[in-house]
Each structure stands twice: as C-alpha cells, then as structure tokens.
Design a protein around this ligand. Sequence first.
Ligand code: PMP
Length: 425
Amino acid sequence: MSSLAELRPDALAALHGELTREYEALKDRKLSLDMTRGKPAPEQLDLAEGMLALPGNRDHLSEAGEDTRNYGGLQGLAEVRNLFAPVLGAPAAQVIVGNNSSLALMHDVHVYALLRGVPGGTKPWSKEEEIAILCPVPGYDRHFALSESFGIKLIPVPLTGEGPDMDEVERLAADPKVKAIWCVPQYSNPSGETYSDAVVERLARMKTGAADFRILWDNAYALHHLGETRPHLANILEACAAAGHPDRPIVFASTSKVTIAGAGLAFIAASPANVRWYLDNASRRTIGPDKLNQLRHVRFLRDLDGIHAHMEKHRALIAPKFAAVEEAFERRLASHGFARWTRPAGGYFIILDVMEGTGSRVVALAKAAGLALTPAGSTHPYGKDPEDRTLRIAPTYPSLAEVKLAADAVALCTLLAACEKRMAG
Ligand code: PMP
C-alpha cells in the first residue's frame, strides 16, 4: 500500500470508506478496554503473592535485633538499604526506605523545599517570587501535575532519544528562577529512552543560576527490562559529587512494579546533606515507616539475584504484550508512512506519534469504540501537546488477547483520523 501522503483523492476516499466500515464494526463489538495507565496486570501481582504471608511465624526481628512491629527506624532497616543500595547507586548509609509510594516522597521533597528550603539554598522556595522546573517531554503526567499543583512553572524541554536536549537545559537552568529538573533516566516514562553518559555528565557539571538546583532523578524503571539487553546508565550521584555538586541530585525508586503496586517500598538516595535534610523534615511527619513490609520484602526477594529473577518473571508476562502492540502498528501503520512509534527495551510504555493535529481525534475515536487511552497532551506540561500527536500506550494491564485487540483498534483509529485530516485539508 502506498503512503497516505501519496494517495490520490479517489484512493483516499476509498480507503476512508473502508476504514469507516471497519470502525463501525469495531464499535458494534462494544469493547471495554483500558490502556490508560501503566499498571501491572493481576498476573504480575500474583508473582508476589507469596510475600503476603511473610514475615509470619513470629519472624519480626531485623538483623540488628529491632522489633519491626514497633515505632522508629526512620531511615529504614539496614538490610533493606543494603539490598537496594546497588539498584539506587548509593552506599546504604545514603539510602532512605520510605513507605509505599515514591511519588509521595517526591511530593514531600517538594513540600520541604517549598516550606523550609534545601541544603545550599538561602530561603524556602516558596519565598521566591516565581520558580520553575524543567520538564523533559514527552514526560510523566503525575510529575508535571505535582509541580504545577504547588504553583511551580513548568518549562518543557525536548527529549532527544538519549535524554533531554542539554543545550536547552543548560540555557534554561542558567536562570535562577529554575530550581529543578524532572528526569526519568532509564526507560523513560513514556519515551522509553535511557540517558547517555554525555547527558548525565552535562547535568552534573552544568552551571545553574540557582545554587540550590535539584535534579529529581526518578529511576522508576531501573529493573524493568523487556529484552536481553541491559542499558548503561551513569551514576548521577557519583557524577554530581565528582563535579562538585554533591547535593544536586535526589534519586527516587520503588518496588511498585517489582512486588506490589500500592504496597511496595519506596526509596530515596542522595548526598549525606540531603539525607540529613530529608530525615530531619520527615521526623516531624512520622514516627517511622512500615518496617514489617520492609522485612517482608527482604525475606521474599533475598538478594540482588532474587530481585533480577523476579523481574524475569515480569518480563515473561509483559514482553509479549509489547510485541503485540508493535506487531499491530507495523502491520497496520508502517506502509502509510506518517506514524512513528517506539520499540522500548524496557519500562512500561510505548509512544505512538500519530499524524500531527489528530492526537485528540484518535483518542476520541478510540473512546467511542470502547477503548480508553490516556488523553492526548497528557505527556506534556499543562496537558498541552502543541503538535497534538503524541499518544502514550500502556500495554501491561490488559490481558494479551485484549492488548492485541486494543492495539489493532488504536491503529485503526490512527489511520481513520489521518484520512479524515487529509481529506479535510
Ligand atoms: N515515577 C514514574 C516515572 C512512574 O511511571 C510511576 C508509576 N507510573 C511512578 C513514579 C509512581 O511510583 P510509586 O508507585 O512508587 O509512587
């Protein structure tokens, strides 16, 4: 089939007629499918079912003899910090184990920075007239919504396939109003890209207008490979320390997509000064984290090999779903020339770039056919994609059979919207 751009009006009208008939047939099937969020499927959660019986049998003492049923232990059990230290790229002394949500830790870092300021700063961020955060796009909507909700201005920066456009980041970060940057450095949500060594190095070294600039390094997909290859991600804590900016990065991660989403463990890793700062603030917020859950996690995962073996089981469940989406896009869209999509080596998302100006239409067409997609624009600050073309596809939650159906339906809606646009213009 020739590319859409080359079709003559009569061929275009014929294709449109054919796609419309297919679309009407799709609607008649009254599907109810959801590809909106990157949630683990029930089978993935089942993988950690055995953890729910742990620690059990009066097993509640930590290695240091702490009774994990009681208050205290703000920084987290030493054995849990030791277990995850290599994942976070920090010594265990610089790791904090929080409760069930890394997003909640990112929220708290915002609140403490705004109300009390951060090490290296002269005043709370909220006392500045205006502050801004750099947002690599396409990015994670909950990051953007969190910063926006506190009145922080969101400044988009394009991603390049190996991290943000660093010329742009360096230019923007020279402004003292710019206090931070969001980063999902490995298998980025949603582009799937991993930051190159050169990008990490420039982030570490760059001159910033704000002395208390922070890199919010959300390594949510540190362990989440889809294939055999393992990406190399440079250590941001070491790079920043070597560049004389040890307090610049704050690393986040969680086991939401390792064990149980909603009842996992969340982590911070940072410089000694940032760790003291965070714990000092957190000590006013809580008497201590859920250490029983921490114990449960070490008993279940045991060691680094245990973590990787567990992640292999996830991979076996979700890699075929990603392959099914790619197959449908390849089969339906490749020959038409206008759409692009990612083939991620890890993470939870695929990006589908549809014909410019048709993103919202594709989502509306899918919705009317019983398929919920993340709203067009949600990958951009303030929900505004100026090109209205980037869609985030989340294939993990539905069953494989549903993913096949849904991916085919997305491709059909993408084609139909593109035909409509060409016929109108
Ligand atoms: N960060 C990123 C980049 C994510 O994709 C997600 C989950 N979709 C989260 C954080 C949420 O993590 P948690 O469950 O630890 O709050």
